[in-house]
Design a protein around this ligand. Structure first.
Ligand code: NAD
Length: 428
């Protein structure tokens, strides 16, 4: 069956966007599924629920503003919905649908008991004051309240939302329920039931997955040359952990440019410089280079932790590295993927590599429900174990089936979801 032919009536063809990419990915998974699971794949090609809401708010100037919001629950077969909330002017229903579907796969790959969900509001948050943003968050939460709950759907931060946003969501939901409901949302401040270790969790997962891949291809990480694209939450934490493990961070690129030092950059000094000066340019011990030079630099590991569509058909042929780890969501285009595959570069796909964040979100939810909080050492040890187990499952399946890690991760995730459907059966 060709899933790409399945376009829901509420999406016009020109607004299909990333949802079509997801359907192509499901098509690629199908041949590797057992016949009994294969016949269930049409379930994955439709979101279970998609809620579109109007979010009217009082602006500071007394006028009323209207914003469109979404919450999509792609699949709840394995547990409550889990996935972030994004505030961005380009948010569309198709994008939120695709992001929710990728959460379904990601949560299944790391085997946390969640389904996939995602939310978003079509807004440029830079145009709003803090008070307006709070009103927007609270009204949006009220509008999607019917979907939320610790055993129904548990949001988290995404682009342009943070722990303050999550605190507002938790408070709004709690006020409407008449009780304090910490476990309705994750990524909260520590003072409100947030988890230790959440901030570094995605970077840490990136690091652990790369350590495992390096072991399989006999790459010694001590002294290895590592380049990092994106020096934010994910990229900075990953760079720090690689550096602590004895690797050399030879190049860093962010939205302000690229810097290199073949002898290794001092990650903490670069972070301090970036914080103080707002740019990587001029960081201590660093030479500025063009972004083309960044991609062509010879390294052992390349961490893509900035944004989507960074490794394309235009630069994939020039990248000289052994492992690419996708800290970002969707940094490699499908065309680039084929080029990297032909060149024998190991690509650790996003649904595996950046799952450390949702894993510690799962820990936060567990801690809130049990009202018992763990130490950071316990959290890191449990995160490392989950990442190692997920990596091993994906690696072994890729070897056994002779397929790329990305396809293997999607097959593993989809198998787990479809198996849940199979044993649950079809209601009524
Ligand atoms: P962030 O905003 O903290 O950092 C993003 C970094 O990318 C910044 O250093 C920015 O300068 C850089 N960047 C932006 N545009 C760039 C460009 N065109 N070229 C080079 N660099 C550019 O974001 P983050 O939380 O670190 O997230 C990074 C990626 O990881 C995103 O794709 C996000 O969806 C994904 N991700 C994040 C988490 C998480 O826990 N934060 C979890 C899973 C996936």
């Amino acid at each position: 069956m060709n899933n790409v032919s399945h376009i829901p009536s509420y999406l016009s063809a020109e607004h299909l966007g990333p949802w079509e990419t997801f359907l192509v990915q499901v098509d690629r998974v199908e041949p590797h599924l057992s016949p009994d699971l294969r016949k269930l794949t049409p379930i994955l090609t439709r979101p279970m629920r998609a809620l579109i809401v109007n979010v009217p708010i009082r602006l500071d100037n007394g006028e009323m503003g209207h914003f469109e919001g979404y919450r999509v629950q792609h699949n709840l077969a394995r547990g409550p919905g889990k996935g972030g909330i994004r505030f961005h002017p380009d948010v569309t229903l198709a994008e939120v649908m695709a992001l929710s579907a990728w959460m379904t796969v990601k949560n299944a790959v790391v085997n946390v008991p969640f389904g996939g969900a995602k939310g978003g509001v079509r807004v440029d948050p830079r145009q709003l004051s803090i008070a307006e943003l709070e009103r927007l968050t609270r009204r949006y939460t009220s509008e999607i309240h019917i979907l939320l709950g610790q055993d129904k759907d548990v949001p988290a931060p995404d682009i342009n939302t943070n722990e303050q946003t999550m605190a507002w969501i938790m408070d709004t939901y709690s006020m409407n329920e008449g009780r304090t409901a910490m476990s309705v949302v994750t990524g909260k401040p520590i003072s409100l039931g947030g988890s230790l270790g959440r901030k570094d969790a995605t970077g840490r997962g990136v690091f652990v997955a790369t350590v495992e891949a390096a072991r399989h291809i006999s790459l010694e990480l001590s002294g290895a040359r590592v380049a990092v694209q994106g020096f934010g939450n994910v990229g900075e934490a990953a760079a720090r952990l690689f550096s602590n493990a004895g690797a050399k961070i030879v190049a860093i690129q962010d939205s302000t440019g690229a810097i290199v030092n073949p002898a290794g950059l001092d990650v903490r000094a670069v972070k301090a410089w970036r914080h103080e000066h707002g740019t990587l340019q001029g960081a201590p011990g660093a030479e500025s280079v063009s972004t083309d030079d960044f991609w062509q630099m010879e390294t052992d590991v390349l961490i893509a932790a900035a944004m989507e569509n960074q490794i394309t058909a235009a630069n994939a042929g020039h990248i000289r590295t052994r492992i690419i780890t996708e800290g970002a969501n969707g940094p490699t285009t499908p065309e680039a993927d084929l080029i990297l595959q032909e060149r024998g570069i190991t690509v650790i796909p996003d649904v595996l590599a950046n799952a450390g964040g949702v894993t510690v979100s799962y820990f936060e939810w567990v801690q809130d429900i049990s009202a018992f909080f763990w130490t950071e050492d316990e959290i890191n040890a449990r995160l490392d174990r989950i990442m190692r187990e997920a990596f091993a499952a994906v690696w072994d399946s890729a070897q056994a089936k002779g397929i790329p890690l990305r396809t293997a991760a999607f097959v593993l995730g989809c198998e787990r979801v479809l198996l849940a459907h199979k044993v649950r059966g079809l209601y009524p």
